[in-house]
Ligand binder design. Structure first.
Ligand code: CIR
Length: 253
């Protein structure tokens, strides 16, 4: 169960955010509405939410998940591999200090972004991507082990972040897309496959029994419903344009 979430409002400069999606510039006002609805739904699902103010110096700062990893025992401030995002970590310190006594940090030359970290109870899967290197992943594993948690690296070649292609829906159910379908490290899970023409559908988020599903991916939606979940569809178009998924808009703990 999650009790808390941290989010950051989108800033006008988000139109300059990093993207490989080629879907055009996001519409800032539409993004504000989509973000407000996201917060409303998290509240409905029982989370207490800290809403941080927008910061126009960092176009991608709405994707707050990438700057910290929140575990039950400690928070880890990351070291984002994207140069334009690296200093976003300084913006998250105060709120993390409000919630955690044990705070750790990934240090250079290690890089790590939270989108590459997927927790499945006490096991953490860490994607090796263009943003997260082996040094950063090993630092995280060493930290986790000090808190009786464990970590495993997962090689990636296509997706931006690990969670671009995989979402854990609890109850042993793992939603998988693309290269993640074939990873043997996930063979003990019940894999729910996202069809090739619905890539962004993989970006679902389990919150306290309900699964948030991006609107516009009917085959994925049906598969999640068929797995027995209550779902809520959310318009995510303006964040999709920046390669941002459902999970990257919040830190949950
Ligand atoms: C970036 O490229 O860093 C942002 N435009 C998107 C980050 C998405 N984060 C995530 O999936 N955790």
């Amino acid at each position: 169960m999650f009790n808390n979430a941290i989010v950051r409002k989108p800033c006008p400069n988000m139109v300059e955010g990093l993207t490989e999606a080629n879907l055009g510039k996001p519409d800032y006002h539409k993004a504000l509405l989509q973000h407000a609805r996201y917060i409303e739904v998290l509240r409905q699902l029982g989370l207490k939410i800290d809403v941080l103010e927008a910061d126009n110096r960092f176009p991608d700062s709405v994707f707050v998940e990438d700057v910290a990893v929140c575990t039950p025992h400690c928070a880890v401030i990351t070291n984002p591999g994207a140069p334009s995002r690296n200093k976003e970590t300084t913006l998250i310190m105060d709120i993390i200090h409000k919630h955690y006594e044990q705070i750790e940090q990934i240090k250079s030359p290690g890089t790590l972004e939270g989108g590459d970290v997927m927790a499945i109870s006490s096991e953490y899967f860490i994607g090796l991507s263009d943003r997260t290197n082996e040094d950063g992943a090993q630092q995280l594993i060493d930290i986790l082990e000090r808190y009786n948690l464990s970590g495993h690296m997962v090689d990636l070649s296509d997706v931006l972040h690990l969670k671009t292609g995989v979402s854990y829906l609890e109850n042993n159910n793992l939603l998988v897309y693309g290269e993640l379908k074939g990873k043997s490290i996930f063979d003990s899970f019940n894999k729910i496959e996202v069809p090739d023409d619905e890539a962004y559908g993989a970006s679902c988020l389990w919150i306290n029994g309900t699964v948030l599903v991006p609107a516009g991916f009917p085959k994925t939606k049906k598969k999640v419903e068929d797995a027995g979940y209550e779902i809520i569809e959310l318009e995510m178009t303006e964040f999709e344009k920046l390669d941002g998924g459902m999970s990257c808009l919040s830190l949950r703990f």
